[in-house]
Write a protein that binds this ligand. Structure first.
Ligand SMILES: Cc1cc2nc3c(=O)[nH]c(=O)nc-3n(C[C@H](O)[C@H](O)[C@H](O)COP(=O)(O)OP(=O)(O)OC[C@H]3O[C@@H](n4cnc5c(N)ncnc54)[C@H](O)[C@@H]3O)c2cc1C
Length: 417
């Protein structure tokens, strides 16, 4: 079976290819082809170009300034951008355009939509996600950052952690406890908080590769306008889950492209290191190829669901489990291919180990070593793989629910224990 796209879809592909040819330099070889010191400026200019051409928020409806593209057009856009090695936006767009924007469209007031959506599109507001805390990750509803109403403002105190791109953001959507006496899922509010104020301190966390992607964010009497709550006060858990559906679902149709990119790289390295005829290497590559194809077909199934106007449900957890574990396994195989050079990696490191397809020198052993390290957190972020397995077990397979440790009233003492 080799499914193909419709003629109409292929016409859209031709349109995007023309756009890329018109706007990229003739010698273009992907973002990684640019010297490091030119990459940031390229991404800024590229983002502005996408914004001017209505391509920065392709999934948003046109009434909110988006591209209004169909699901299949979005997949084609991603495919062509991935092939050309150009980003689909700036570093904070995953949070602004991918998460908080769509959440506001469904649950925000007209005033909130009018205020925030245009500023997300223009890049004036750059968002990050304030969910996890030092003692609240998988059991997110145990969070303890407090918000107390004071006149026309919220006063917020507490700490968030692992806040990706918090250092390039100027707004954070923060989950805050607003009623400590209520059952823990019912005393949380979803608050939009400006970061450019003395009450917010962002401290970098350097990851295992040595790069700065995430942060700790401290709130010390930080202030947010009282109207900046999405949905009702204490209804933040519903908003949290609405946003998580966008975070986990969005990737499902396109992640096989990224994994195909890693696989192509493995084949490339096997050839250049003379190991392509080794039977064990061939077996490993065949295994990877079959998993990438499974991901591709799962992605197509997701696409069919989206085209049928269904929201991706718990099935997106299957996709997340498969791609994250495949990514980790492929990078292990990649390091093996380098043999002893994999233990003393050399060459140009990629800028970011996670979104590797556009960055760094793909053939250097250093790039593969960073890939290997960068693949480790894939089974943790967006909800750990153990949690995804619980979701698949309970909500896809219908197995009996585990006894829940996270029920009952919120209680700081119990949480800290
Ligand atoms: C690269 C990266 C970027 C991130 N970016 C952000 C961000 O921008 N914003 C944000 O808010 N957070 C972010 N996170 C945090 C991420 O969401 C959490 O790390 C994740 O939810 C797990 O929480 P935890 O680290 O507290 O682990 P814990 O919840 O303490 O879990 C520890 C271990 O116990 C297991 N476990 C826990 N509960 C169960 C259970 N019920 N059943 C079975 N096993 C269980 C887990 O799977 C894990 O293996 C990021 C994390 C990473 C690694």
């Amino acid at each position: 079976m080799d499914p193909t796209y419709s003629d109409e879809a292929e016409q859209y592909r031709a349109k995007i290819q023309t756009f890329l040819t018109e706007h990229l330099p003739t010698e273009w070889s992907g973002l990684r082809g640019l010297p490091y010191d030119q990459r940031e400026a390229f991404v800024d200019n590229w983002r502005a170009l996408l914004s001017d051409n209505n391509l920065i928020a392709p999934a948003w409806p046109t009434e909110y300034g988006g591209g209004g593209l169909s699901a299949i057009e979005r997949v084609i856009l991603h495919e062509e951008f991935a092939r050309a090695g150009v980003p689909t936006g700036g570093p904070n767009d995953g949070f602004g355009i991918g998460m908080i924007g769509p959440t506001l469209m469904v649950l925000g007031t007209e005033e909130q939509k009018k205020t925030f959506l245009p500023r997300i599109l223009s890049g004036q507001d750059r968002w990050c996600q304030g969910y996890s805390e030092p003692n609240s990750g998988s059991d997110l509803a145990s969070l303890s950052t407090r918000a107390i109403a004071d006149g026309d403002e919220w006063i917020i105190n507490g700490q968030k952690i692992w806040t990706s791109e918090g250092h390039t953001a100027n707004w954070i959507f923060a989950l805050c406890r607003t009623d400590p006496t209520a059952p823990k899922h019912r005393g949380i509010s979803f608050i939009l908080c400006p970061m450019d104020q003395p009450g917010i301190e962002v401290r970098p966390i350097i990851n295992i590769v040595g790069s700065h992607d995430f942060n700790e964010v401290f709130f010390t009497d930080a202030r947010a306008p009282i109207a900046n709550v999405i949905s009702d006060v204490n209804d933040g858990w519903r908003v949290t889950n609405q946003l998580l559906a966008y975070e986990r679902g969005d990737d499902a149709t396109t992640v096989s492209l990224r994994m195909q990119g890693v696989f192509d790289r493995l084949v490339d390295i096997a050839r250049s290191t003379g190991k392509i005829d080794d039977p064990i290497v061939r077996q490993d590559l065949a295994w990877c190829h079959s998993k990438v194809q499974v991901l591709r077909f799962l992605g197509m199934r997701s696409l069919t669901q989206i085209l049928g106007d269904q929201v991706l449900g718990p099935e997106s957890s299957i996709n997340k489990l498969l791609w994250s574990e495949l990514f980790q396994r492929m990078t292990e195989i990649g390091l093996h291919l380098y043999g002893s050079a994999g233990m003393a990696p050399s060459g140009e490191a990629p800028l970011s180990p996670v979104f590797t397809e556009t960055k760094g020198d793909p053939r250097s052993s250093k790039a593969m070593a960073d890939h290997f390290l960068g693949a480790r957190p894939a089974s943790i972020y967006s909800g750990s793989n153990e949690i995804q397995r619980n979701i698949v077990g309970e909500r896809v397979l219908g197995l009996p629910k585990e006894p829940r440790a996270d029920e009952g009233p919120w209680n700081e003492t119990r949480r800290a224990n």
